[in-house]
Design a protein around this ligand. Structure first.
Ligand code: GLU
Length: 304
């Protein structure tokens, strides 16, 4: 079989898969795991596993173990000890204190109800303008957005262009319940783990400018981004735990792996239908190419 030689090899590539343990992996999340795994290995990189378990209200009992077991059954092995967000609370709070000292954040006690009459998701800035003492009130922390244009190049989706203040506003970095918001936690984690490449679903593309903005404020390097299509089921809705996507079976992983390679537009040859997990992954790493997924935002899975 001919090897794909088009992919530039990157030195010191470190990629990751960062599932939230809100349930077992479904076909869509396993697809994201496989894409980031293949991309890392095709670039001679490392692939890390991070469990995004900060939001303990949403964590499902047994979900982390189930995710780990599924990845293992599919031969997707990580290259360093698993990084659990919940074990790194101190690093988040150090950064929040730093942002406070630099006056880059402000407390906000507005409730969802108060904000509901405003159609836009951009925060109208009430708590920035008022001088109330928030100390006795439950409050979140919002980043002060800036009137800057953010342009970045996504390996698959092309040039992404937006204005931080008008498109994203003063977004929350620490919630009222004291949980560090995803946007900040992911930036700190990627920095702590020296992540150079972020390969994840298209649904997170809109979060990327906020994350790059935070990286710039914190003087962290910006990784390269590659947003893959998401898998949709019936009604073109993304497969997710919320819409009750089924957990993938660990019974016959070879069959599902072959299907996933087809959904990744890798065009696996039919003789691989009888291949082992290792043979399938070796073939996929050697032939990996992202070009067949360029500009695709969603891939419909027929057999659900
Ligand atoms: N934990 C996030 C999720 O499961 C993904 C984080 C990321 O890849 O940036 O949607």
């Amino acid at each position: 079989m001919k090897k794909n030689m088009n992919l530039a090899k990157v030195s010191n590539y470190i990629g990751r898969f960062a599932p939230s343990p809100t349930g077992s992996l479904h076909l869509g999340s396993l697809y994201a795991a496989l894409a980031s795994f293949l991309h890392a290995h095709a670039n001679n990189g490392k692939w890390l596993l991070r469990i995004d378990d900060l939001d303990h209200y949403r964590n499902a009992p047994g979900a982390s173990d189930s995710i780990i077991h599924t990845l293992d059954s599919y031969g997707l092995h990580w290259d360093e000890p698993i990084y659990y967000q919940s074990k790194h609370q101190e690093s988040y709070h150090t950064v929040v204190d730093q942002l406070k000292k630099q006056h880059l954040v402000y407390p906000c006690s507005c409730s969802r109800k108060m904000l509901s009459p405003y159609s836009s998701s951009i925060y109208p800035g009430f708590c920035l303008k008022t001088q109330i003492n928030h100390q006795d009130l439950p409050h979140s922390l919002r980043i002060k957005s800036q009137a800057i244009d953010m342009i970045f190049e996504d390996q698959l989706q092309g040039t992404h262009n937006c204005a931080i203040a008008s498109d994203h506003g003063d977004f929350i970095i620490s919630r009222k319940d004291h949980i560090i918001a995803y946007q900040l936690a992911v930036v700190i984690d990627d920095y702590q783990q020296n992540i150079t490449h972020i390969v994840r679903g298209f649904d997170l593309l809109d979060s990327t400018p906020k994350q790059i903005f935070l990286q710039q404020l914190l003087t962290y390097p910006t990784p390269q981004y590659c947003h893959f299509p998401v898998i949709t089921g019936k009604n073109d809705v993304k497969l997710s735990k919320q819409n009750l996507a089924q957990a993938v079976s660990t019974e016959k992983p070879e069959k599902t792996l072959f299907l996933l390679l087809e959904l990744l537009n890798q065009n696996p040859p039919p003789q691989l239908k009888k291949a082992s997990i290792k043979e399938l992954l070796d073939w996929a790493i050697a032939h990996w190419q992202v070009a067949p997924l360029k500009k695709i935002r969603a891939i419909k899975q027929q057999i659900i």
